[in-house]
Design a protein around this ligand. Structure first.
Ligand code: TRP
Length: 335
């Protein structure tokens, strides 16, 4: 059976952009019976970006609760926390030893950090660069190679990491035999990149997000803040360049979207459109929002689901790691 796998870095609170671009398509895919999917919280990866223990802890809970509240099918998917699979770290070291440093030198995230440092002459090029940041792609390769996943749904920014995982797998296979499956990135061009409050891409780093499970009143306030142009209510408007329309479309049915498109052509006031958008989002999100808040109050229940997922994942990782250890020559001395 085809194996797909994807990781969700547990930093920050999920927002509408995450929902439309990643969570929703993944949850839909989680119901497919013809593939075995692995979804996991990349909480070791979170440590690269966030060194505040309270935030790391909170974000693991929030991200897990979000996925469960939105209906992730945990019977079908194997859903776990990376930190519950010790074999991943062992594998990370084994493949670190076949990974060329030069390959890691070329990673976009690392190169961007160096470029920023050297913009000021006299700076240490590696200022603020941890080995965690430098080796991030190796840990990610271990996540993937451990479960022989062939299809990896990711955003465009992760394509290079997938190429690196392939390079590392190929190098290992060349040295030790065909143990790893070479993974492929699956980038869905159709999934929307949502625009945020200020008209730039919705992203935590721009501080322009709408958190997914904002309480009703706060959600309304945020929607009222979305930037629009200054056309008067009766003027015909272009739906396709409008943030409000884009958000509406991400949540509405095809018929609802077509109806609103006609309203744009006839002229619609921004105040009215914002109210319409608020009502739609609130209607779609109120049930999962309630489930989300219930789940936040039941961390033991979430933990139990993650532990069950980890037990299922380890049915794969434990025997495979034994095989890999033997392959590199770590085996009982008597045989
Ligand atoms: N690096 C990914 C991101 O930031 C998260 C991730 C970690 C991941 N391990 C993975 C994604 C393995 C796919 C497969 O989005």
């Amino acid at each position: 059976m085809e194996i797909t796998l994807t990781g969700i870095t547990t930093t920050g609170t999920p927002h509408l952009g995450n929902y439309v671009g990643a969570i929703l398509p993944a949850i839909e895919a989680s119901r497919r019976k013809d593939v075995q999917s692995f979804y996991f919280l990349a909480d070791y990866h979170a440590l690269v970006k966030c060194q505040d223990p309270a935030l790391v802890h909170r974000s693991r809970l929030e991200v897990a609760a979000t996925w469960l509240a939105l209906g992730l099918d945990v019977e079908n998917v194997i859903f776990y926390a990376q930190t519950d699979i010790p074999e991943i770290l062992e594998l990370t070291w084994i493949i670190t030893c076949v990974t060329a440093k030069g390959l890691m030198n070329r990673a976009h995230a690392y190169k961007a950090a160096v470029a920023e440092n050297t913009a000021d002459a006299g700076n240490d090029p590696d200022r603020g660069v941890t080995m965690g940041l430098f080796c991030y792609p190796i840990l990610m390769a271990a996540d993937i190679l451990m479960f022989k996943a062939s299809k990896i749904p990711v955003g465009k920014d992760q394509i290079q990491h997938l190429e690196m995982a392939r390079d590392i797998a190929a190098r290992f296979n060349y040295l030790y035999g065909e143990h790893f499956v070479l993974p492929e990135a699956v980038v869905d061009e159709k999934t929307a990149v949502l625009v945020g409050l200020d008209g730039r891409k919705m992203s935590k780093s721009y501080g322009n997000t709408i958190p997914l499970f904002e309480p009703e009143k706060a959600l309304r306030k945020l929607i009222m803040r979305i930037k629009t142009n200054s056309l008067p209510p009766e003027a015909p408007k272009d739906a396709d360049t409008c943030t409000l329309f884009q958000l509406y479309q991400a949540f509405a049915s095809t018929e609802e979207t077509a109806a609103i498109r006609r309203r744009y052509a006839q002229g619609i006031g921004w105040g009215e459109m914002k109210q319409i958008l608020f009502e739609l989002l609130n209607a779609r999100l109120s049930e999962p929002r309630q489930r989300y808040h219930e789940l936040l109050g039941k961390p033991d229940y979430i933990e139990q689901i993650l532990k069950q997922g980890a037990a299922r994942a380890r049915e794969y990782s434990m025997p495979f790691l034994q095989q890999l250890r033997r392959a590199v020559g770590i085996r009982p001395l008597s045989v």
